[in-house]
Write a protein that binds this ligand. Sequence first.
Ligand code: AMP
Length: 224
Amino acid sequence: MGELNLILLGPPGAGKGTQAELLRSEFQIPHISTGDMLRQAVAEQSELGELASSFMDAGNLVPDEVIIGLLLEALARSDARDGFLLDGFPRTIPQAEALGADLGKVGRKLTGVLLIEAPDEEIVRRISGRRVNPASGRIYHVEYDPPKVEGIDDVDGTELVQREDDKPETIRNRLAVYHEQTAPLADYYDNLGLLHRFDGSAAPAEVFTHIRATIATLKLEETI
Ligand code: AMP
């Protein structure tokens, strides 16, 4: 069986993280989220974290030269050698080109790009209701997945917070940045014959059923 090298593309809040978790447990491929890597760097107050946090808090992209190096390092790690699932990368055409060039150098290629789409209004509603346990990263939603006691994590009692970049005014900017800088990647990958579209406003389990069927077809095509 060939390796499964997948990209999850789509606006913030379309459900990429949820699908990534489902894919990871079904196909045992490492989930590489540049957003998670950056948030960890911010929490550790590393040099990278200090640099990234002002971009992130404003909902802007961290510069390509910073993020590309970080991602390529993660890809070179042993557990990503037999397949990977990228979530939140690439977000610009130069990032996509750097990824393609790096994979090409070692004779690897992408299996497919999964684009999960959702209307802006739905995204604002979803993200602005998101609350997170800052220690564990566990996520709740005030409407769709509330904790038993408002504002408190069910598992360890930690007070939940709203991520700075989940505030409504920042979400608007993240969406604008998405439409301007990341959405062109849909055409880019479509031209390479790699793009598969999914309706992210459907229930997560339904989205996953469609994604799983697409991956089964991709695997089958590979063996022919
Ligand atoms: P995410 O959790 O994927 O929405 O990422 C959170 C924030 O991290 C984004 O709003 C950006 O500021 C930054 N970020 C994550 N991935 C990238 C990337 N590939 N390129 C530039 N910035 C990124």
